[in-house]
Design a protein around this ligand. Structure first.
Ligand code: AMP
Ligand code: MG
Length: 655
């Protein structure tokens, strides 16, 4: 118990030791679930008004018959069928009216004797002696106390018998049912005012890290917003829990220990994130280890990403430390923690949330670790294609755009292109988008797509680069592939890259140029080519490059003429990353498009216009969403938006 925390150096040693026992995924799950034996928590009774979405804890049998009495299904007359055996259109039979009318909620006082009838409203109780109801449409008043009937009803006609809907004692809802409006309605019809439901697991959520700032506050230098706190809270709620957020706690022993103990005492489950992979990580798990027996059952699991996952059971409560990277945290939550939480909440495992899809590209994988691969789904003729969208374990947006993930087995080195994979969906409902755009991404796309969304079209945009987009278009996985590829032979854009079945749709032009911090005398007021020559002559001048395959990279290599200045190997994948590097002083110059340079307040020396066009899959032209997209490209308001963003819509005269 409460041994003092060792010095940091020693702690690092301990951490090493811990990670030497990295467990396979299945073994970690087995240890966690064996130690915990997760079962639905106890029963609580909630009023129907609060029952929506809750899980029924017990079978519910009806205390009454529904309907509670024989009642009429129509407005008409309660009759004895035998009296009307000979009635018909040409042979009406006259019956004498009882001196009462049965409305809803009125108990009859007179019996229907031979030759008699009682007027009755829909829902009214059938009087003694009657065995059928005739609709008012088939009757005619013939005297103040007599009615002529033109139909011969079968016995039982238009009578809903007592208990015919739900019989007294009948189990009409089973435990485990998730209460929706229909279930709530059934409970109400039987007079059950409170539903017996599984108590929601209260789940404490804590983020850890000195660098974390609560969203809404100002960001200090080198700080980041706490993404895991809100993500985990929402994911807990999605899986039947009630989250209690304890905040983002700095990596300080006393503060963290107090917060963890408070959370542990107040809740059924504790989910921490961060602090397992480096530095203060030893702190968090040591504090968790002290909470109770059996303690940590797995620390270090052969997952990618997600290796630092730490699973503990302390005094029959699960305590989990998720990895700090938001995507790692989410994979491990959905894959390993959510099933346990769902069982505590009495929810079924998400068998509904599995779907088989073809993976169109090869996915490399590390041997020895179960690898999570995040995917976006697009429909194709024969099912779904699952596009890997992960951008490294730090990306939050990749997660938001993804539909789910699949795993590559620890013993598999790579998944070949065209493989089938079983995709675990983050939410069980996948709506096939109306328009799929796969290729090079550009902020101008949002100006078009935003309006399509407002028109009610579901749009999916996947950024895989120009060449990836063309390949997807050839496989029929998208409607349009945005491309900006220069043909080195002709210096012309895009046209020569189209293959059979693809048509070129003009998009817009984007001015590319050298970006630098305003006031830098090496660039300010100069002209692009000359400025780059001067930069190359200055050994202190640091560049930032672009990734191979990018259109911009071709331009940069042309400018450099074979030179490899400092910073050449720094090769980020986007215009924004180039602009951020220059704006924050990690580099002095790079090449980016004008709108991005403006957004970062950078100086800009124009180099030339790049053509950003669309390869359209010809057979998709007639689709409504495609037609709408093409119309928007030439729409005046969209073109205004594009100009405001710094683009020049195609088809306009040169400036
Ligand atoms: P750690 O496991 O604490 O070393 O964190 C690993 C990485 O995840 C670091 O880059 C952290 O800044 C980041 N990280 C940790 N916690 C959070 C959080 N709550 N939200 C966003 N990023 C986080
Ligand atoms: Mg940390």
């Amino acid at each position: 118990m409460n041994e003092p925390l060792p010095e940091k150096a020693v702690r690092d040693g301990v951490r090493q030791e811990q990670f030497l026992t990295v467990l396979p995924r299945a073994e970690a799950v087995r240890r966690f679930e064996t130690a915990l034996d997760p079962k639905p928590l106890g029963v609580e009774h909630v009023p129907l008004a609060e029952a929506l979405g809750r899980v029924l804890a017990e079978d519910v049998a009806s205390p009454i018959d529904v309907p509670p009495f024989d009642r009429s299904g129509v407005d008409g007359f309660a009759v004895r069928a035998a009296d009307l055996a000979g009635a018909g259109e040409t042979a009406p039979v006259t019956l004498t009216l009882n001196n009462e009318a049965i409305a809803c909620g009125v108990a009859p006082s007179l019996a229907v004797t031979p030759g008699m009838t009682t007027p009755i409203a829909t829902g009214g109780p059938i009087p003694r002696g009657a065995d059928a109801v005739v609709m008012v449409e088939y009757t005619e008043p013939v005297a103040p106390d007599a009615v002529a009937v033109r139909r011969a009803p079968a016995p039982g006609a238009f009578i809903a018998f007592a208990g015919s809907d739900i019989a007294r004692g009948e189990v009409f809802l089973r435990r485990g049912a998730i209460l929706g409006s229909r279930e709530v309605g059934m409970l109400a019809a039987c007079g059950v005012a409170e539903a017996p439901v599984v108590r929601k697991p209260r789940v404490a959520v804590l983020s850890t890290g000195d660098e974390l700032v609560e969203p809404g506050r100002a960001l200090r230098p080198a700080a980041i917003y706490d993404a895991n706190g809100p993500i985990v809270c929402a994911a807990v709620a999605e899986n039947g829990g009630e989250s209690v957020f304890f905040g983002a706690i700095p990596d300080e022993e006393a503060a963290l220990d107090a917060a963890i103990r408070e959370a542990f005492a107040a809740c059924d489950m504790v989910i921490l994130s961060g602090g397992t992979s480096k530095g203060a990580g030893d702190l968090t798990y040591r504090l968790v280890a002290r909470l109770g027996e059996p303690g940590i059952v797995a620390h270090g699991v052969a997952l990618k990403p997600g290796k630092p996952l730490c699973l503990a059971v302390c005094g029959a409560k699960p305590v989990v430390i998720l990895p700090g990277f938001p995507t790692s945290a989410m994979f491990t939550f959905h894959d390993i923690v959510a099933p346990v939480l769902r069982r505590l909440a009495g929810l079924p495992l998400r068998a509904d949330a599995q779907l088989s899809a073809t993976v169109p590209v090869r996915v490399a994988s590390e041997l020895g670790r179960t690898e999570y691969v995040m995917v976006s789904l697009v429909a194709r003729e024969d099912g779904f294609a699952a596009y890997p969208t992960g951008k490294g374990s730090g990306s939050v947006t990749a997660f938001a755009h993804a539909d789910g993930f699949f795993t590559i087995d620890a013993l598999t080195e790579a998944l070949p292109a065209g493989s089938e994979a079983s995709v675990s969906l983050f939410t069980p409902h996948v709506r096939a988008p109306d328009l799929v755009v796969i290729g090079s991404h550009d902020v101008g796309i949002d100006a078009v797509v935003g309006r399509l969304a407002a028109e009610g079209f579901g749009v999916r945009v996947l950024a895989v680069g120009s060449l990836g987009g063309l390949a997807a278009a050839r496989r029929g996985e998208c409607d349009l592939a945005p491309i900006h590829l220069i043909d080195p032979k002709t210096g012309l854009y895009n046209e020569s890259f189209l293959t059979l079945g693809l048509e070129l749709v003009p998009g817009w032009r984007r001015m590319q140029g050298v970006v630098f911090r305003p006031g830098d005398p090496r660039f300010e007021g100069g002209e692009a080519e000359a400025a780059v020559r001067a930069a190359l002559a200055d050994p202190d001048c640091l560049m930032v490059n672009r990734n191979p395959g990018a259109g911009t990279r071709i331009l940069i290599d042309g400018l450099l003429g074979g030179a490899r200045p400092q910073g050449y190997w720094n090769q980020p994948r986007s215009h924004n990353a180039v602009a951020a590097a220059v704006a924050q002083g990690r580099a002095d110059w790079g090449v980016a498009i004008a709108p991005v340079a403006a957004a970062y307040g950078l100086g800009f020396l124009a180099l030339g216009e790049e053509h950003y066009d669309f390869a359209l899959v010809g057979t998709r032209r007639g689709r409504p969403a495609v037609t709408a997209f093409l119309a928007l490209l030439t729409d005046a308001a969209v073109q205004d938006d594009l100009r405001r963003l710094g683009f020049r819509p195609e088809g306009e005269g040169a400036e």
